[in-house]
Design a protein around this ligand. Sequence first.
Ligand code: SME
Length: 161
Amino acid sequence: MAENLFVADNLTKEELYQTLLPQMKALTQDESNIVANLANLAAALKHGLGFFWVGFYRVKDNELVLGPFQGPVACTRIAYGKGVCGTAWKEKRVITVPDVNKFPGHIACSGESQSEIVIPIIKNNEVILVLDVDSDQIQDFDEIDEKFLGDLTSYISAKLL
Ligand code: SME
């Protein structure tokens, strides 16, 4: 398929996800290279939904290592159980942080990030990747993000890994 995304103006966040998700799946389903696919998914989320930072960290040698992302430069390595990403990995659960300044141990890659959601991507009961999305607005993530980003990460696990 063509490497373009089509998004109408004035959509709600839910409508944006509903419009973008099928396009993101179409963009990646016939490509076997995981780095290429994660790079395009990060770009689609960042530019389609206007987030401050979107990226993937990969579990490698018992650390999280920065993978494909869109946004300002970020921390390269995160230890197991550290920060929001390392905690989502350790606890194998989605973590939504309404105000990063109130999350004990939050790792501030950028002072502009105000709220954050991290979704672990699990295959055969093991965390392989985490998806990290940051906003420069406080309380920017809710159950709509949890639902659609959960759909995306299930797709990554089932079809791309
Ligand atoms: N804030 C994250 C670190 C990664 S950056 O936000 C890109 C954390 O606390 O794990």
